[in-house]
Design a protein around this ligand. Structure first.
Ligand code: SAM
Length: 324
C-alpha cells in the first residue's frame, strides 16, 4: 500500500519548504517525545517543520490502514455514500482515503481542533477538485458535534483513542447520531486502543447497530473473554523521505491497527475472520479464525483442494468463508 500520487505530490510540496536536516532534527525530537508519552504528541507539533516531519512519517501509514479498513465496506454502499465527516481529521488523511474509495462523495466535512494542522491539510487539498467545497472546521469535537447535521459516513481515524475517557461515550453517542449509514473507528494496534474500541462495540450493539467488521457476529468478543486482544496489520511502502526520516533501511513498514465498522443497516457478513498471520507449513496451513463460536483454528491441507488453495491466498485480517 502506498499513498496515491496526487497526495504524494501535495505532501512533497510541503516537504520542499524545509531542508532535510531541519525535518530530520524535528522528527528526532518527536521520536524522543513519543517514547516517553505517546498521547502528548499532538501538543508537541508546535512548529511547521515538526508538523511536516510528523505527517511525512505518519500519513502514509495511517492512510494505508484507513484504506484497508474502508475495503470492508460493501461495494454497493461505496456507491451510495455522498457525504462524510472526518473527526479529529489531522491533515485530512481519512478524507483523502474516502475520496479515493468512494467515488460519489461530494460533501466532505473535517473537524480538527489544531488549526495549524487543519490549515496544512487545507493547503494540501487545494489542488484536488474533489475537495473544492470541503468544510474545514477548526474546533474541538465536543463543540463541533453540537450541530444537527448528519453524514452518510462518519470516520474517526487515530483520534477516538485520543478523546478524553470522561467524554468518550458522549462523543461516540454524537458520532452515532450523526451517522446515516456507517460509522468507522480506527486506532493504533495497541491493547489500550482495542479495549476502548471494545467498549464502543458493546455500547453500539446496545443501540442496535449492525457490526460490519472486523467482527462477523454481535456476540460476546472472544478476545475479551480470553483476556486477549485483536488487531491487524497493513504493509506500507516507504518513500525515500520516509526512509530518511526514520533512518531505516527497509523499503516498507507494517502498520498495526485496530478498528470497528458499524452500520445502521443490516448487512451481509462472512462467517469468520482471520485474526493472525496464517501459519504456513509444507503441505498444510493453519488459520486462526474468529467466529460466533469464539476463536477457532482450522487446518487445511492439499487434500482440501480448492479450499486449501483459497486459504493459501488469504491473509491476516481477511474475512473467511469455508467454501471453495
Ligand atoms: C493521531 S492524529 C490522527 C489524524 C488523522 N485522522 C489521521 O488518521 O491521520 C489525531 C488528531 O485528532 C485530533 N483531536 C484529538 N482530540 C480532539 C478533539 N477533542 N477535538 C478535535 N480534534 C481532536 C488531534 O488534534 C489530532 O490532529
Amino acid at each position: 500500500m502506498s499513498i496515491p500520487d496526487h497526495l504524494s505530490q501535495a505532501l512533497a510540496e510541503e516537504v520542499a519548504k524545509f531542508s532535510q536536516s531541519q525535518l530530520q532534527k524535528a522528527y528526532a525530537e518527536l521520536t524522543d517525545l513519543y517514547r516517553t508519552n505517546r498521547k502528548q504528541i499532538n501538543n508537541s507539533l508546535n512548529s511547521a517543520e515538526k508538523r511536516i516531519a510528523y505527517i511525512a512519517a505518519r500519513m502514509p501509514a495511517t492512510y494505508g490502514a484507513i484504506s484497508r479498513v474502508l475495503e470492508e465496506i460493501h461495494e454497493d454502499l461505496q456507491d451510495r455514500v455522498t457525504s462524510m465527516l472526518d473527526v479529529g481529521a489531522g491533515p485530512g488523511t481519512a478524507t483523502w482515503a474516502v475520496a479515493e474509495h468512494f467515488p460519489k462523495v461530494s460533501q466532505f466535512t473535517l473537524i480538527e481542533r489544531e488549526s495549524e494542522m487543519l490549515s496544512l491539510g487545507k493547503r494540501m487539498a487545494y489542488n484536488n477538485p474533489r475537495f473544492k467545497s470541503a468544510h474545514w472546521i477548526s474546533e474541538s469535537v465536543e463543540v463541533a458535534l453540537k450541530t444537527p447535521d448528519k453524514y452518510d459516513l462518519v470516520i474517526a481515524s487515530y483520534s477516538f483513542n485520543e478523546f478524553p475517557k470522561s467524554s468518550k461515550l458522549k462523543i461516540l453517542q454524537s458520532l452515532w447520531e450523526k451517522t446515516n449509514h456507517s460509522l468507522v473507528l480506527i486506532d493504533p494496534g495497541s491493547k489500550e486502543a482495542f479495549s476502548s474500541l471494545h467498549e464502543a462495540r458493546s455500547w453500539l450493539i446496545e443501540q442496535k447497530a449492525h457490526i460490519v467488521a472486523p467482527c462477523t457476529h454481535q456476540k460476546e468478543c472472544p478476545a475479551v473473554t480470553q483476556q486477549d486482544w485483536c488487531h491487524f496489520s497493513e504493509r506500507i511502502q516507504r518513500s525515500t523521505l520516509h526512509r530518511f526520516l526514520k533512518e531505516g533501511e527497509r523499503g516498507y513498514e507494517d502498520e498495526k491497527f485496530s478498528y470497528l465498522i458499524v452500520s445502521k443497516e443490516k448487512n451481509l457478513v462472512s462467517s469468520a475472520r482471520i485474526v493472525r498471520n496464517p501459519e504456513i507449513k509444507s503441505g498444510h496451513l493453519k488459520l486462526h479464525l474468529c467466529n460466533e463460536n469464539g476463536f477457532e483454528q482450522k487446518i487445511y491441507s492439499k487434500k482440501d483442494g480448492n479450499l486449501y488453495k483459497k486459504a493459501k491466498k488469504s491473509a491476516w485480517g481477511d474475512p473467511w468463508e469455508p467454501t471453495p
